[in-house]
Design a protein around this ligand. Structure first.
Ligand SMILES: [Mg+2]
Length: 264
């Protein structure tokens, strides 16, 4: 274990812990050992929020899942790339989109008052994880991009954890297919490692970048987002990282919880 910064030194400064979900607080439908205890422990002193690049579920669905796993939280503490993307569209004045994505993603977009058009007469393209992705959808996406439509994507994750030792293709695989067809990169990527979600958290909870600790299991995604935003971070169960003074690494949540209790 490598410790670069000590939470005890920063107790005065840190106000909020932001947790990644998949692979950190749960895998599939199971809470990780120590997840409930750690969140309860931190809540005694800090604001706790939750974020995920998952773009197939609404924030409401993720909120329900967390509470079912006994990780108690309020709806406004849950950030998904689906709801963040809908927020981004709204903020950017993009009000007419073709959606590659799930029912939940469409619900978030419609819920933000944005018009969904189901053919290539749509002015812009928005892409999330879509379990019914098809050749026809690439064709419609291509047509919109060739006409100069904006290309907004939830994230570029290559794959995601679907159970122990099981991975499935992520939103990035779908973005890649569309990008290849149109020879065009996305105009904006909402999810991590981009800092859009973290900047929303910062604004919503009125905390500065250096008052946030990000806890995640992916150096490339969670930790890079934290570094990009100049926040502290805790990397769990992953040796694939570059030593940096703003990162601490723990084997699992229980080790982090024990460390917290010792330092208290
Ligand atoms: Mg994760």
């Amino acid at each position: 274990m490598m410790r670069r910064w000590k939470m005890s030194e920063l107790n005065e400064k840190i106000k909020l812990f932001a947790f990644d979900l998949d692979g950190i607080l749960y895998i599939g439908d199971n809470a990780m050992p120590g997840a409930v205890e750690l969140v309860n422990h931190l809540r005694e002193k800090y604001q706790v929020v939750f974020f995920t690049n998952n773009s197939s579920k609404t924030s409401r669905q993720v909120h329900e899942k967390l509470n079912k796993l006994r990780i108690e939280c309020a709806l406004n503490e849950v950030y998904t790339s689906s709801s963040a993307t809908a927020d981004y569209l709204k903020e950017s004045g993009i009000d007419d989109v073709y959606v590659v994505g799930s029912k939940g993603f469409r619900e978030e977009i419609r819920g933000h008052g944005i018009r969904i058009v189901d053919d290539d007469s749509a002015k812009n393209l928005v892409v999330g994880l879509d379990f019914d992705f098809s050749y026809d959808k690439i064709a419609i996406a291509l047509s919109i991009l060739l006409k100069g439509g904006k290309f907004i994507v939830c994230n570029k994750d290559r794959s995601f954890h679907a159970g122990e030792n099981k991975f499935l293709p992520g939103c990035g695989a779908i973005v890649g297919a569309i990008s290849a067809a149109a020879d065009k990169k996305p105009d904006f990527i909402v999810g991590k490692p981009n800092t859009y979600i973290l900047s929303k958290i910062s604004k919503d909870f009125n905390v500065e970048h250096d008052e946030i600790v990000v806890v995640g299991d992916s150096y490339e995604s969670d930790i890079k987002m934290a570094l990009n935003y100049k926040s502290k971070s805790i990397l769990i169960n992953n040796n694939d990282y570059i030593a940096h003074e703003d990162i601490i690494v723990f084997k699992d949540l229980k080790e982090l919880l024990n460390y917290r209790r010792r330092e208290k």
